[in-house]
Design a protein around this ligand. Structure first.
Ligand code: ATP
Length: 627
């Protein structure tokens, strides 16, 4: 049973929400959160609010949760991105408050925050007549219409809808957060993890006793169950409705993975040497696979015979691969109606019958791809099966999952193959297999627990039951890092006119803050610096955000909105008084020594940056720690 009763069964698109909560109340809460720094206080503010609105109607939880995380629906539902350009928003604010565009632009240069401009404009504007106050339902549905508006009149339609909402705002605070939501920059430091905890608390109150203070254990159990359900079904509407319908304690029986909804993929921990792997898996049966260098592809075959391919972030990228038809590789279509496979899509040279580097794959068009125009072919390398018909397989051992994968699919060279594998615990054989993987154009190995409970598939988890061994990084800390660009230093000499160096930070997913960890100026070509200057200058902000944790001695010349991740290599990690990564664990922060730019990470959002916890772990796993 799917508890998403507000979804239209044919289109799987949500119907409009009827939520009568005044939008003003949500904005007042945002304002309060913006000035609160303690995470516990923020959780309390959020959960108290959710409890209050839930008592009026539990369905209110759905649109309010989405407003909290500044999204309009699940990541896999297309066309729900806001992120409206500042040009359009400045035009709309100017038209609705009677100020000239030149004035608004000048104010923007000064303040760097369109929300603040809308707030000030709204506060001084006299209202001739009073439209009805905005409700959460109305704002949420309008935001959806704005996101989905397409075609030649879409600009006019968007402006009209925004103006109507701005006029209905009762005060400046509403206008401020409306504009920030439209920009997809809520900027209040509310991490999704915090929202999930607050939501668990509210749902617990609903289920048990409205006035009870729960013990930590019960709260943690509830959080765990809701998180597990969300990792398998990353859709708040379905998770919340399932909780309401079946109860939190029964949630996982009713709300689990299903074809058509991308579950959050399992992730691996880095290692620096084969010895480390042997130590970890001592006495256990483990298996090694080639680590292909392409793009993660979660492939779903649906009941109606259609197929969907989802990215590492759960984005629907089926259109990007029109040449792939998973049905062609299913052994018996009468026996196999639905499937979920975990694969890596890799660029493939058809003539030479070999793998091409990742750079070749990234030259493929991302949109409107026609099968006849595909120049760079892709081969799918399948390494896991997560669902077969009504059998959810994540709690089977990897050995069993592999057997099922091989039983129900048929490989075809250059189109659909199984990941090359070897099961051995012999050091020499593993070394040879690692070398062989690199000769075959792979990055190294993925080493996985093969039998028993520890070999189950753990959605979303970076697990020590999957270890990655990347040949290129064996000399360093075992892996590259994906860090967010927070600021830049003006270039000198040959680099005058562009940025010459950048301030990077990792993401603390407990606090929603970015913690600085290095300055980088190495590894960039001149073209790349030009390209980065073009890209980043549009994101310049007036000063550091409240969510940037930095030391004034590393203050950059310009600050940016978080929008871009750099993949970075480092010689090693050391403690530094200047940087702040993981500074909650040590007095000093962890920083990168001799960082080197590798590439821009296009496939990750800023919140997917390497986390503070990961950096601390990498630092502690170094054989020698320098400080
Ligand atoms: P993260 O660990 O954060 O996902 P990343 O996106 O940079 O980092 P890697 O560190 O390169 O990814 O390693 C994990 C990725 O390796 C998987 O997400 C998957 O796309 C890819 N991969 C290639 N071959 C395999 C395999 N045999 N088993 C599992 N994953 C594989």
């Amino acid at each position: 049973i799917v508890a998403d009763h507000t979804l239209d069964p044919k289109t799987a698109v949500s119907k409009p929400f009827l939520c009568a909560i005044p939008y003003k109340e949500v904005c007042q809460l945002f304002q309060e959160i913006e000035t609160t720094s303690s995470r516990l206080s923020i959780i309390k503010l959020c959960s108290d609010f959710l409890i209050k609105i839930m008592k009026q109607d539990p369905q209110n939880l759905i649109p309010v949760t989405y407003l909290f995380i500044n999204k309009l629906g699940p990541d896999y539902e297309p066309g729900l991105e806001l992120g409206l350009g500042e040009g359009l928003l400045m035009k709309t604010i100017s038209e609705s408050c009677g100020k000239s565009l030149t004035q608004i632009r000048a104010q923007y240069r000064e303040l760097g925050d369109l929300g603040q401009i809308a707030l000030e404009a709204r506060n001084v504007q006299p209202t001739m007549f009073k439209p009805k106050p905005l409700t959460v339902g109305e704002v949420f549905n309008n935001l959806k219409m704005i996101a989905k508006a397409a075609g030649k009149d879409s600009q006019t339609k968007k402006i009209k809808l925004i103006k109507r909402m701005l006029t209905a705002c009762e005060d400046g605070v509403e206008a401020k957060f409306l504009i920030r939501s439209l920009e997809s920059k809520l900027r209040i430091g509310l991490a999704e993890k915090t929202v999930l905890i607050s939501l668990s608390k509210a749902l617990l109150v609903k289920e048990f006793d409205a006035n009870k203070d729960f013990d930590m254990e019960l709260l943690e159990t509830a959080e765990g169950k809701i998180r597990d359900a969300f990792c398998q079904v990353p859709n708040y509407e379905i998770v919340i409705n399932s909780c309401l319908q079946y109860g939190i304690m029964n949630l996982n029986e009713h709300c689990s993975l299903r074809p058509g909804i991308p579950l959050k993929p399992m992730l691996a921990k880095p290692t620096k040497a084969i010895n480390e792997i042997l130590d970890r898996f001592q006495g256990e049966t483990f298996t090694s696979e080639y680590k292909y260098d392409g793009e993660r592809a979660q492939v779903h075959l649906l009941e109606d015979g259609t197929m969907r391919i989802y990215s590492r972030n759960g984005e629907n990228m089926t259109e990007r691969y029109p040449e792939i038809h998973i049905g062609d590789f299913v052994k018996d279509r009468n026996e196999t109606k639905t499937l979920i496979l975990d694969c890596e899509a890799v660029a493939w040279d058809k003539e030479q019958q070999k793998i091409l580097p990742f750079q070749v794959l990234s030259t493929r068009k991302r949109k409107d791809v026609l099968a006849k125009d595909v120049k760079v072919r892709v081969c799918l390398f399948a390494f896991d099966i997560l669902c077969h018909n009504s059998n959810k397989l994540i709690n089977y051992s990897l050995k069993e999952r592999r057997e099922i994968l091989h039983r129900v699919t048929t490989p075809a060279p250059g189109e659909f193959q199984y990941a090359t594998e070897l099961t051995t615990s012999n050091l020499d054989e593993l070394q040879k297999f690692l070398d062989q993987s690199v000769n075959d154009s792979c990055e190294g190995l993925m080493v996985k627990m093969l039998e028993g409970e520890e070999s189950h598939y753990e959605p979303s988890k970076r697990s020590r039951n999957w270890l990655k061994l990347k040949k290129d990084y064996l000399e360093g800390i075992g892996d590259s890092l994906d860090l967010c660009v927070l600021g830049a230093y003006y270039g000198r000499g040959k680099r005058t006119g562009t940025y010459g160096g950048f301030l990077l930070g990792c993401y603390n997913d407990n606090t929603g803050e970015f913690e600085t960890c290095c300055k980088i100026g190495t590894g960039f070509s001149d073209e790349m610096l030009q390209q980065l200057h073009e890209k980043l200058k549009a994101t310049v902000i007036d000063g550091p955000k409240a969510t940037y944790i930095y030391d004034s001695s590393a203050e950059p010349d310009v600050w940016f909105e978080p929008s871009l991740l750099f993949e970075v290599l480092t010689a090693d990690l050391s403690l530094s008084p200047i940087y702040k990564a993981g500074s909650s664990a040590y007095d000093k922060g962890v920083s990168l020594r001799f960082p080197r730019f590798i590439r821009i990470r296009e496939d990750k959002g800023v919140e997917d940056a390497t986390s503070s916890e990961q950096i601390i772990e990498l630092y502690e796993n170094q054989s020698h720690r320098s400080s």
